[in-house]
Design a protein around this ligand. Sequence first.
Ligand code: TEU
Ligand code: CA
Length: 543
Amino acid sequence: MSEERNRDWWKKAVIYQIYPRSFQDSNGDGIGDLKGIIQRLDYLQELGIDAVWLSPVYQSPQDDNGYDISDYQDIDPIFGTLEDMETLIQEAKKHNIRIIMDLVLNHSSDEHRWFKEAKKSRENPYHDYYVWRDGEEGTPPNDLRGCFGGSAWEWVPELGQYYFHQFSVKQPDLNWENPKVRQEIYQMINWWIDKGIGGFRLDVIDRIAKEPDKKITDNGPRLHEFIREMSRETFQKAELITVGEAWGATPEIAKLYSNPDGSEFSMVFQFEHIELDQQEGKEKWDLAPLPFLKLKQVLARWQKELYQCGWNSLFWDNHDLPRIVSRWGDDKEYRTESAKMLAVLLHGMQGTPYIYQGEELGMTNVAYPIEEYRDIETLNMYQERQEKGYKECDIMASIYAKSRDNARTPMQWDSTASAGFTEGTPWIKVNPNYTEINAKQQLKDPDSVFACYKTLIQLRKTYEVFADGAFELLLENDPEFFAYTRENQQEKIFVICNFYGKTCDCPLEENWREMNLLYGNYQSIEMECTYQPYEARIYYLKK
Ligand code: TEU
Ligand code: CA
């Protein structure tokens, strides 16, 4: 392997995201933990993934399930100890799995030592670690709002100042303008690198360079300067995989984040294909239909724009998003077929695929009474919209479609009580469909969604074209089919998906019979040009 290849090992990797709280509980307290993850490493190896991205396990008051960190260099007791973390890193290595940690650097918890100090006085050396503005009680510096509702400014009477928070009041924004803050952060990152961490996912990294007086929250002027400095002082010293979460990224910005010269990150998470139903000036809760042609356009554009000058992540799901099979697929009659079709569509493209826990089983959304929800974003919205007089049934419809808790219900391991997730009472209710949809059942079924994901992972490792082939979208305006080719000098693949639930003839003229069928989500193909509901195929040609 050349040096170049080695450095870019992640171009052929598949990553699995674990939301630790909901993955596997080992001690019966109803909350998933590090020991639980260790127990499930065999399962992950069986699937064939190369790395695990772990949502935050640092010490935290858990106001936003760990995205509010009170000590970056310790593990929260609900998840285990630092020693458990070290064991996880070592045990994972034995299973050929690297551990990627989640770095939340835009904000800390208000219970972090820095913030407790910062609040003591304006002269305190930690005061300038956060973003403060003078003001009068009741008149915040401006009308900026936090992502979880309410003003982005919180009054501290003892200081006669407001602090800035883009998320909850318990998540004060760190002041990246202060070089001391940046140095502390780099030291902390290097401390984790020394422990054998394989990489980092950088939470809302596009928001660190804020200029709240100018109402700039994301993509601030100094953003890439800060990232390059961080990368130089930390990541570039090791063969790490790094991925920046950037909701506001355009392809142009993504090329900076994922510049092949390695000056920033390995790759970027951008959300344009996720936000297709987002209406201008409205919230994610304001539901709108999902436009299929737009989906094709957007995915194709990103494939083209980053080709050879950047690197994308491929994902449908994460801990903030509803389940993909419930969103773009059919989570009832054709659950298995549509889950596989969506997997094929995504894994055939260029980029590094991320599988969110349970996606490989085709886990679905839930519809619970409001008392069963736990997510701060969901609960804040519920209250806000009730106060504004929205109808209860409309609020609940938004929650069923979009709540982050859809992704956070416990992993469905088997059909025993609580889906084998815990022997106690789970912190959030298990999806009642666990008796049908679970890992144990799928592991023994060669036709399961799990088996499909496993095959796709293997294909990506076997054929170079998945990593480097140029992308071409076909049937751009066809309302039923999603089809594309990938091609390099030696190989070509053709991916074709019937995106909906009825049998359809493919209008393509070309003769694909010269190609071999690499994968299909139906056991038998009825007719070459006729596609059954949600049928997906990958054809291959060695030139
Ligand atoms: O999410 C970033 C983010 O912008 C989300 O809050 C997003 O707007 C919302 O989830 C859409 O429903 C990251 C983490 O992934 C999320 O879990 C954290 O709550 C957030 O940052 C704050 O750290
Ligand atoms: Ca536990």
